[in-house]
Design a protein around this ligand. Sequence first.
Ligand code: SF4
Ligand code: SF4
Length: 423
Amino acid sequence: MTPYQHSVSLNSEKCRGCTHCLKHCPTEAIRVRKGHAVIDAARCVDCGQCIRYCPHQAKKAAYDKLSDLPKDKWKIALPAPSLFGQFDNLDDIDYVLQGLLDCGFDDVYEVARAAELVSDYTRRYMKEKSPVLPVISSACPVVERLIMLRYPALVEHLLPILPPIEVAASEARREALAKNPKLKSEDICVVFISPCPAKVSYVKNRTLENKSGVDFVISISDMYFELLGVMKKTDDSGSISKTGRIGLSWASSGGEATAIFNEKYLAADGIENVVHVLEEVDNGAFPELEFIELDACSGGCVGGVMNVLNPFIAKARLRSLRRYLPVSQNWGDLSETKVPDEVLVHNDYHYESVSSFGSDREESMRMMSRMEEIFKGLPGIDCGSCGAPTCRAFAADIVRGNASIDGCPMLWHKDKEENKEET
Ligand code: SF4
Ligand code: SF4
């Protein structure tokens, strides 16, 4: 299997080994070894929490730069809906869309338009396919990967429909070819403007058979500063935007779930809440629910680390932008009840165990009981001084041969105190 390509990485020169990031990683993927943080690639879900919490800017997200875009291609910008929430006093999305064209893009296709189509396909899927309930949205790549790494029983709950970014890429390409008969597919370059590193990783890790239609991913923050320089106050562009309230609502937590038109839903945001809900659902809680939307970032995609603005302000701005929009401008084919085959996800979801011990059941049991034994002897205060996020994680590292009991300074301190008392 091709190794997972991550967009979050560490600049060890900046890392001071302070352990702040350890405590906030939802998958316990970080250890501090020899004074520097180390990320376990198998466990990392590219949520960006460590970028948010590192006080020394030692964690960073990798994405494409505007200067990387090929000059000779037909460039289509796919702005994420959260981009529109970043600007002061914006009363018309068209200013931003025209700004993208003025920045050198040949065309724009709002991801919010594709989100409205995905909402339509989800409604059809819930009616048509008798899915395993509750259906869990697969639109946030962090949630999708978290489930595949930690919750094998929930894999079959994932919504098997392509996320808006992918639907947008293929619709944008299709529209461009229809409008410009001289263009060929290979002349087109699709550029997603992203709020978070997880979507960069999503694009990089689409497999060879299921290659992403997105060619480059740039950050909302980079695009924002380019746009500030070109956006005009007056709109002489005519109408460009083709999205409605539903599409824009996808930028904030609850937007996707409310568009299902089914009251039996739950929407949660922020990685700690997401993990909490997944634990509960895994234990059989909420049997009455039919749909769950989970967003790893606080507030939804407006909370992604590649945005510029505080998520709550961005959310308020989007709310006022939505006011005069129609409910949706992309209902799909209303006479159609089936989900188009080309948007269904086949064979993409599978469990990848990263926390199991040993190669067989017997060895596993032996290692687990050894871990419990070591854990009982540790102080249990989860101080992080050993370089692991918790005493339990430290005990697991020892059993796996990745750490030694001498790494616990508290035990060493305790021994010293006891020896002092004896003498
Ligand atoms: S928060 Fe993590 S990455 Fe940042 S300096 Fe501290 S240990 Fe290093
Ligand atoms: S990106 Fe998220 S999962 Fe990966 S190391 Fe950072 S906090 Fe952990």
